[in-house]
Design a protein around this ligand. Structure first.
Ligand SMILES: [Zn+2]
Length: 493
């Protein structure tokens, strides 16, 4: 509103919304690609807040060398994107090169990464407080001694100071204690043997997340609103791009790093320009993201003439003029150039599209996902391995994988995966009535629910989850039975 107006018309380009407004040349893309990009823009790392150093976010990613996009849209300025950007202007060549960019993978210049390309930092905050409980008992932030209940191996506490809190700039990894803490026993009257009252405290230390590593960044000791001592420890982890990390342009063209090539082996133009990224040409025909090809040309012009280009949909700078300017600067108007293979020095016998495209680093990083385990924790209920990386879980050998082994007739391997290395259990069955039986420790006898201790009992190996199923059926008034075949009864037909 101004002094001359009471109402103003909505700016037409605003119909696209915040995320889609960051896409240059959006009207040249196939529509689903703009939809994908609108979802992907939210996963891009950037400078999310200028005061990140003094903030206490539970998790945060920060891209180190953010750049203002050379190919702009008018919305970017309005959104404040140019002040807190989320990407870098990247020299992109469209070619196969080694083939390590097949199926949406991308080849990245290793030297660019060493100079800081797509580098980011991950922060995580660990918090705890010293609570007071009724009865004069309270938590204590301290280095727990060995006879505290549930204490961890001594090397886990090694990096703590005398006050039980870790210092800044200490390297830490998964499982190590950041803040040592003990709490009073859960139940006050916990009598031990010989009638003495137990005052054994519990270990409630804050440990580094499993599978993560980093350097202690900040330690804050303060008080909370109730006057309890409050400790916050922030851990930082530098993330240098590696194989499998995800990058994307602003056109729904995402891909993971498939190969890192040193600069001296990368292709180069007559001017000696070496790309940061090589994308596979097969990424374009079926997806029809012409916007990215236009951005390549416009970005190239922008960097040659040191000027920003407006790529706002339906209101942009004239691309034909840009092409003419490229021609005047001695470049091909379609953005292609002759390139030489860095490994052999030979000229490639095809013109290669090379230009500047704004690339985003997405927060899906291998460091957060890589996982394997040998043996490890199991669930209490089913005795099968736990699920998920955070719980040090196993890798599921699912139904389709099972079908493969059945198809191959690899029965022994199937049994090994699904029984022996999973939830193997020995169950007792009455040979006469087939009911589930058990071993009574006090009587030192096997007991059948029908025949009592007179029964003949057989030991049967089953998955624990199966035994659980039988007991759940029993709890619903269904009595399942295990019918035993006589041993070695199988005869060839
Ligand atoms: Zn029986």
């Amino acid at each position: 509103m101004t002094s001359e107006h009471t109402h103003v018309e909505i700016w037409p380009a605003a119909i696209m919304g915040v995320a889609a407004s960051t896409i240059p040349y959006a009207e040249h893309n196939q529509s689903p690609r703009n939809t994908y990009q609108a979802a992907m823009a939210k996963q891009a790392l950037g400078l999310y807040a200028a005061n990140f150093q003094i903030r206490a976010d539970t998790r945060a990613h920060l891209l180190h060398y953010i750049e203002k996009p050379l190919v702009q849209t008018r919305a970017l300025e309005v959104l404040g994107y140019n002040d807190r950007a989320a990407g870098q202007n990247t020299i992109v060549a469209v070619m196969s090169f080694t083939g390590y960019n097949i199926e949406d993978a991308i080849i990245v210049n290793k030297s660019s990464i060493e100079r800081g390309y797509a580098r980011s930092t991950f922060f995580r905050l660990y918090v705890t407080e010293e609570r007071r409980y009724p009865g004069g008992l309270s938590d204590r932030i301290e280095k727990p001694d060995v006879n505290v209940e549930g204490s961890k191996p001594p090397e886990m506490y090694r990096k703590l100071d005398a006050d039980g809190i870790i210092s800044p700039e200490v390297e830490v990894k998964g499982g190590e204690v950041l803040i040592g803490k003990t709490s009073p026993p859960r139940f006050m009257e916990e009598y031990r043997d010989y009638g003495t009252v137990s005052i054994r405290r519990r270990d409630t230390s804050v440990t580094m997340r499993h599978g993560e590593k980093g350097v202690v960044d900040t330690v804050v000791i303060t008080e909370n609103i109730d006057g309890f001592k409050l400790v916050k420890v922030r851990v930082r982890d530098q993330r240098i791009p590696e194989l499998g990390d995800k990058l994307a342009s602003r056109h729904g063209q995402k891909g993971v790093i498939g190969l890192l090539v040193p600069q001296y082996d990368m292709p180069f133009t007559e001017d000696g320009i070496v790309p940061d990224i090589i994308v596979n040409p097969h990424a374009f025909p079926s997806r029809m993201t012409l916007g990215q090809l236009f951005e390549t040309i416009a970005g190239k012009y922008a960097s040659i003439y040191a000027r920003y280009v407006d790529g706002t949909p339906a209101a942009k700078d004239d691309l034909n003029e840009i092409k003419i300017k490229l021609l005047k600067a001695g470049y091909s108007p379609d953005g292609t150039e002759l390139v030489y293979d860095g490994r052999t020095g030979e000229m490639l016998h095809a013109p290669i599209l090379i230009g500047v495209v704004y690339y985003e680093k997405l927060h899906h990083m291998v460091a957060d996902k890589i996982h394997a385990r040998p043996r490890g924790p199991v669930q209490i209920l089913t005795r099968q391995p736990t699920e998920g990386r955070a719980r040090e879980g196993g890798l599921r050998f699912g139904e389709m994988e099972r079908d493969c082994l059945i198809g191959h007739g690899a029965a022994m391997l199937l049994r090994e995966r699904i029984l022996e290395s999973s939830d193997k259990y020995v169950m007792y069955v009455c040979e006469e009535c087939s009911h589930i039986s058990w071993f009574d420790r006090n009587k030192r006898r096997y007991i059948c629910p029908i025949h009592g201790d007179k029964a003949k009992i057989a030991a049967v190996t089953v998955p624990y989850a199966f035994k659980l199923l039988l007991q759940e059926l029993a709890s619903m008034c269904v009595m399942p039975r295990i019918k035993l075949a006589p041993k070695y009864s199988w005869k060839p037909t």
